[in-house]
Design a protein around this ligand. Structure first.
Ligand SMILES: CC(C)(COP(=O)(O)OP(=O)(O)OC[C@H]1O[C@@H](n2cnc3c(N)ncnc32)[C@H](O)[C@@H]1OP(=O)(O)O)[C@@H](O)C(=O)NCCC(=O)NCCS
Length: 175
């Protein structure tokens, strides 16, 4: 475990974090799209779960979960999409992203979320339990390689209640 992970706390985003969350997203991504997406989702009441990683009272990472819809969803447990996630570049590969994902999935599970989908790197997300979503009969609305669209089931049997195309909130189309 690396030094930089010490004293890192993951907590829910608060109103006073908004500027720092935008700064982290601007620093981590090449353009403004993700920072704007986070602001739009929040403003539209669609930031279902927004967590920050804080070290020495400084926001160093952020993760967002928002609702996704499916062609078929017969169960009661909501399905969320993990996106975006960002860590200050100087602190990459020190476990901060992993802390955010783990804490996020834990919050989701306790809130009764059935499953979480993610569009991301196939070497990264399986360590948190994600598997190719196609194995569950779920595909992504975007044309992406099969291995990059993944799903983790958080409530037992929840993945068998869903199938078809998963669609993110409309705000993602502009990102
Ligand atoms: C993705 C991100 C949040 C991970 O944060 P982090 O604190 O570096 O994550 P961790 O330290 O927990 O894990 C790092 C590991 O993930 C791997 N990884 C993460 N995202 C990756 C990617 N897009 N491509 C390749 N490897 C990736 C790293 O190579 C590293 O692997 P290792 O553990 O085998 O060394 C960070 O790299 C980041 O902010 N990237 C820019 C924004 C981004 O691409 N976000 C994800 C899409 S929304």
């Amino acid at each position: 475990m690396n030094e930089a992970r010490t004293n890192v706390v993951v907590r829910k985003e608060q109103p006073f974090d908004v500027g720092a969350v935008r700064s982290v997203n601007l620093a981590a991504f090449p353009g403004e799209a993700e920072a704007n997406l986070v602001d739009e989702l929040r403003a539209n009441g669609k930031a279902t779960l927004s967590l920050v990683a804080v070290q020495d009272e400084r926001v160093i990472g952020h993760i967002l979960f928002s609702a996704v819809t499916l062609d078929s969803h017969t169960g009661q447990n909501p399905v969320l999409g993990l996106a975006p996630m960002a860590v200050l570049p100087a602190l990459h590969r020190q476990g901060v992203g992993s802390l955010l994902v783990t804490a996020g999935l834990d919050h989701c599970k306790r809130a009764g979320v059935g499953a979480v989908v993610v569009l991301g790197h196939a070497d990264y997300y399986p360590r948190f339990g994600f598997r190719s979503a196609s194995a569950f009969g779920v595909s992504c609305e975007y044309d992406v390689p099969d291995e990059n669209f993944m799903l983790v089931e958080l409530a037992e049997g929840a993945a068998s209640d869903i199938s078809g195309v998963a669609r993110y909130q409309p705000e993602f189309a502009n990102a």
